[in-house]
Design a protein around this ligand. Structure first.
Ligand code: PEP
Ligand code: MN
Length: 332
């Protein structure tokens, strides 16, 4: 971190340096003709950048190292590969996670699981606890939904990915393969710390209006508690565009590949909200370097209890998976 000191406040430099040293850091001061620059040396992750910027003597502050350390590729150059019961996410492969937005019945979840497995999906998704905008909308089957997912896992051998909404639900997730943290909970720090203490893979979705750095800091929360099995999922962000539910931030994918060793997947279903856009966005995400896709697939989208408009049918998923596999050799 570098501080530029106001010329007229140079006399306060000694006081400022003493304060910085008290925070456990060293300083390197360079006095030029027009400005005095102070470099902070050491672990600045605990320093409050806004507090420093507000100090009388400080003209500007520039962070030169990222605040996330464990998620940072600079310190961990090798790709993290998250192994979910033999399904490897990250490190050059490509994974398909598919299934309905919500678990609705035994017939539905097992039917969809069997179909997507045939098309090459390696993991089954399905929400049991649903974060709905309206309290009057279907809230998910809860514990029964988890039970049905486990039945589908038994029937097909597919590992299951499902969303947790609060820390009290954690005991219900002991047989779940991947814990999903949804967009709305990306900054639920208590939940992040709690899943950080488990040894289960965590699929961390990007918040609706969060920057890439904030997202990586949320991953850092999980990793700082010891769980490094984190998969990032770009699911679209809020923009001024209203033809689509969200806007898929395709640029976040190659950017994250530069910034972090963690695997990055994309969710084109929530990104667009429109089933007809799921295929082109899937191709775009794969071409941009994603390690996989999470797609909402429903046997009867028109009757879906949640997110029917963005759900594709099993036969559409089959075609999509084929097309994506077709371009992977050109882009990987
Ligand atoms: C979901 O995966 O069904 C979901 C609710 O996603 P998000 O948190 O991205 O909105
Ligand atoms: Mn959904």
């Amino acid at each position: 971190m570098i501080l530029v000191i106001k010329n007229e406040k140079k006399n306060e430099l000694g006081k400022l340096v003493a304060w910085i040293k008290k925070q456990g850091l060293d300083v390197h001061t360079s006095e030029g003709a027009n400005a005095t620059v102070v470099g902070l040396i050491g672990d600045v992750s605990r320093i409050d950048i806004d507090l420093i910027a507000s100090l009388e003597a400080v003209d500007s502050v520039k962070r030169i190292s990222e605040p996330y350390k464990k998620a940072n590729i600079k310190f961990h150059p090798d790709d993290t590969v998250v192994d979910v019961g033999g399904v490897k996410i990250g490190g050059g492969g490509f994974v398909f996670i598919a299934g309905p937005c919500s678990v609705e019945s035994e017939e539905q979840i097992i039917g969809v699981a069997e179909a997507v497995k045939k098309s090459g999906a390696q993991l089954l998704r399905g929400g049991a606890f649903k974060p709905r905008t309206s309290p009057y909308a279907f809230q998910g089957m809860g514990e029964d939904g988890i039970r049905l997912l486990l039945q589908a896992k038994k029937a097909t051998g597919l590992g299951i990915v499902t969303e947790i909404m609060n820390v009290n639900q954690l005991p219900l997730f002991c047989d779940v393969d991947v814990i999903q943290i949804g967009a709305r909970n990306m900054q639920n720090f208590d939940l992040l710390k709690e899943v950080g203490q488990s040894d289960k893979p965590v699929l961390l979705k990007r918040g609706l209006a969060n920057t890439v750095e904030e997202w990586l800091m949320s991953a850092e929360y999980i990793m700082s508690k010891g769980n490094w099995r984190v998969i990032l999922c770009e699911r679209g962000i809020r923009t001024f565009e209203h033809y689509t539910r969200n806007t898929l931030d395709v640029s976040a994918i190659p950017l994250l590949n530069e910034l972090t060793h963690l695997p990055v997947i994309a969710d084109p279903s929530h990104a667009s909200g429109l089933s007809r856009l799921v295929l082109p966005l899937s191709l775009a995400a794969a071409a941009a370097g994603a390690d996989g896709l999470m797609i909402e697939v429903h046997n009867d989208p028109e009757k879906a209890l949640c997110d029917g408009a963005q759900s594709i049918k099993p036969e559409q998923f089959d075609a999509l998976a084929n097309k994506v596999r077709g371009i992977l050799p050109c882009v990987k």
